[in-house]
Ligand binder design. Structure first.
Ligand SMILES: Nc1ncnc2c1ncn2[C@@H]1O[C@H](COP(=O)(O)OP(=O)(O)OP(=O)(O)O)[C@@H](O)[C@H]1O
Length: 390
């Protein structure tokens, strides 16, 4: 049985429009206008039991909305969802026993009471038998080194300590599926690494299926063999992380440190006939971009044979650069959609296929384009009330 089966899933929010100025505010009191926000648009994917799948995308891409639908907090506008054979928003009582959820930006623990008391309350909510609860709690407390924290109120915990407690809280009822929405947000590298190791062990030892949304691609590299990439509510990539790299990484870069001043024209001469390109960093350091269709050892042999070299470093395009390139190619500034394209003329956002094509072109450049992520405006009014899991 599939852990998660999603077909043509769509979520549209109705959001109130606010008119400008005092007169607008008064008008709003009497007649409200609404607009539709399509947060998730007809997405389909399947996740088998025991997989760790990364779910990534820019701010506002629709990741949290998907997780909320998968965990039964939000009702889809249309489409089909099955999680462990249950329809999340319909079969809630039985369904919540099957899943654990951690929202990095929200707590499921009670702020003013001791951590252990929150755990006791959750034991009652999920109706976990005492002996099972004890056994599981001991195991998790030992694994995540929470012994000293159990009697402290949640508000007195550091973010890293709280996040480890959140993970325990989500696992006390032994769910087979874990939804993690930004579980490492704001954490330092030590705690991030601990959490990644813990999740890996959990998946290996208990076969827990994990769907993970994150903006930290190192989480994805450390944990996920598969990644689903969302853009503007649509899936633009679903596949292996290695495939993603192979598909968009168009070559590698080699940095040379020469024994003496080596001008650009000399380097160009050495690699004449090969479609490599050179960038000088200073008098004795230069970078050579080697596209995939050029044999790296041929290029290296030419340079090594013609100059005296102190040091060589080879850089592969990293996932972060590739993903940033895909995201940024959709932004208005460097969207390489031809000016004659009607979409571009009308100033509308690029379609996912255009973004992919643009990303493929963009990845050919060895300097990844740095672009700030665009933040979606927050909804003016939340029409859909999120129901608490508890
Ligand atoms: N309850 C809501 N009411 C109205 N609009 C909403 C609601 N929740 C989300 N949206 C809108 O739906 C879109 C997708 O939001 P969502 O939170 O799913 O994105 P995200 O990919 O999780 O972003 P982030 O990385 O910033 O958390 C955004 O345009 C957002 O403003």
């Amino acid at each position: 049985m599939l852990a998660i089966d999603v077909q043509q899933l769509t979520k549209t929010f109705q959001v109130q429009k606010n008119r400008e100025g005092l007169s607008g505010a008064i008008k709003d009191l009497f007649s409200r206008e609404y607009r539709q926000v399509e947060a998730v648009k007809q997405i389909s994917f399947q996740i088998p039991q025991g997989e760790i799948c990364g779910y990534i995308g820019e701010n506002g891409a629709g990741k949290s909305t998907t997780i909320k639908m998968l965990s039964g907090i939000l009702m889809p506008t249309s489409g089909k969802i099955e999680v462990n054979g249950y329809v999340p928003f319909r079969d809630r009582e039985k369904f919540v026993q099957e899943i654990g959820v951690v929202f990095g930006q929200r707590s499921q623990l009670w702020w003013d009471i001791g951590v252990i008391e929150s755990f006791q309350l959750l034991k009652k909510v999920y109706r976990v038998p005492e002996n099972e609860f004890r056994q599981r709690l001991d195991e998790l407390v030992e694994r995540l080194q929470l012994g000293d924290l159990l009697n402290r109120p949640v508000r007195k915990l550091s973010l890293g300590q709280r996040m480890r407690c959140e993970l325990v809280a989500s696992l006390l009822h032994n769910p087979s599926i874990l939804f993690l929405d930004e579980p490492t947000i704001g954490l330092d590298i030590v705690v991030k690494t601990e959490i990644r190791e813990f999740l890996k062990d959990l998946n290996r030892d208990h076969g827990t299926t994990i769907l993970l949304t994150t903006h930290d691609l190192q989480d994805i590299e450390a944990l996920c063999s598969r990644v689903i990439m969302l853009d503007d509510g649509q899936i633009i990539y679903d596949g292996g992380l290695d495939d993603l790299k192979n598909r968009w990484s168009k070559g590698r870069e080699v940095q040379f440190q020469f024994a003496r001043h080596t001008p650009l024209h000399q380097l160009d001469q050495l690699t004449a006939g090969l479609s490599v390109s050179w960038t000088l960093e200073n008098e004795v350091t230069a970078r050579m971009w080697v596209p995939n269709d050029v044999n790296v050892s041929d290029a290296l042999a030419r340079v090594v044979g013609g100059t005296e070299i102190r040091d060589i470093k080879i850089f592969e395009t990293n996932t972060e650069d590739i993903v940033r390139e895909i995201y940024s190619s959709g932004s208005s500034e460097d969207k390489p959609v031809p000016a004659a394209e009607p979409e571009a003329e009308q100033g509308r956002a690029a379609q996912p296929e255009q973004k992919l094509a643009a990303a493929e072109q963009g990845a050919q450049r060895h300097n990844a384009v740095q672009s700030e992520k665009q933040t979606d405006p927050k909804p003016e009014q939340e029409q859909e009330k999120e129901r608490s899991l508890r």
